[in-house]
Design a protein around this ligand. Structure first.
Ligand code: FMN
Length: 246
């Protein structure tokens, strides 16, 4: 699978088939994380593969009772090891680079899994203390996310995204909606996110109606063709009769 195709077609999968994931595929996914970019090439990530049902249940519970996770045959839990990051970069290393580096590894793993026909979901809503207890973590290690992995049992529609022109600009920050002095929190009279998002949401039913119209067109085309040829037949017969009557 092409990289561009993979990143456009990946979806978060929350329903999985009861089919085991081949061990060599788990290895390929871990290796995709291993080669990700990291701050100072410190590779401050650690990966733990979890397949034990009881442990998966504990993790799903720690993830604010996201029990759908248990269906996935494999979890890869990504941890940030802070010691080297703190020595090299201080607070910025601990607070920012740790998260950024682990996220790089996570997305590489998710795309690798997708290219192998597997579904994944990035989960980071969890009780950090509960995760620390489950894995008996030292103080220098912080859990970052759990990637659930398995063969998908759903094909979710792509969720709405902002259009590129609303989130990417050339040379300057948001030229169509610069901050306005004295407008409080957002710094803008109208929150552009709110407007743009509502516009995107409003487009959805229009797109749906267009697709439905296309479906109707496709389904009824044959019927219309049959009707049309019958009418033509009738027309010919009618013309012939008129001719004979003359
Ligand atoms: C930082 C982060 C945290 C997330 N945490 C969760 C989570 O706890 N549970 C969940 O079901 N999905 C979680 N997701 C997945 C998002 O809901 C999902 O990526 C988003 O809705 C877009 O859908 P897509 O991945 O199919 O494009 C998380 C994603 C990110 C990037």
């Amino acid at each position: 699978m092409e990289v561009l195709e993979a990143l456009h077609t990946r979806r978060s999968i929350r329903k999985y088939l009861d089919v085991p994931v081949e061990w060599d595929k788990v290895g390929t996914i871990l290796d995709a994380g291993r080669v990700a970019p990291s701050a100072g090439n410190l590779q401050s990530w650690r990966f733990v593969v979890v397949r034990n049902p009881e442990k998966k249940k504990q993790i799903a519970d720690a993830c604010l009772q996201q029990y759908w996770m248990e269906q996935a045959p494999v979890f890869i839990v990504i941890f940030a090891e802070m010691n080297k990051l703190e020595n090299h970069y201080g607070i910025r290393g601990v607070r920012l680079y740790s998260i950024q580096s682990c996220s790089m590894a996570a997305l590489q793993m998710m795309l690798a899994a997708h290219s192998l026909g597997l579904g994944t979901c990035y989960v980071s809503a969890f009780d950090e203390n509960a995760m620390a207890r489950i894995f008996n973590l030292p103080d220098s290690v912080r859990p970052q996310c759990i990637i659930t992995i398995g063969y998908p049992d759903e094909t979710p529609e792509a969720p709405l995204r902002f259009r590129l022109e609303n989130i990417a600009w050339h040379e300057v920050w948001n030229p169509s909606n610069p901050p306005v002095a004295g407008t409080g929190g957002s710094g803008r009279v109208v929150d552009p996110d709110y407007t743009v998002w509502n516009f995107r949401v409003a487009e959805k039913p229009v797109q749906f109606a267009k697709e439905a119209a296309k479906d109707i067109e496709r389904v009824t085309r044959k019927r219309r063709q049959r009707l049309f040829s019958k009418l033509k037949e009738h027309g010919k017969k009618f013309a012939k009769k008129k001719e004979e009557e003359k």
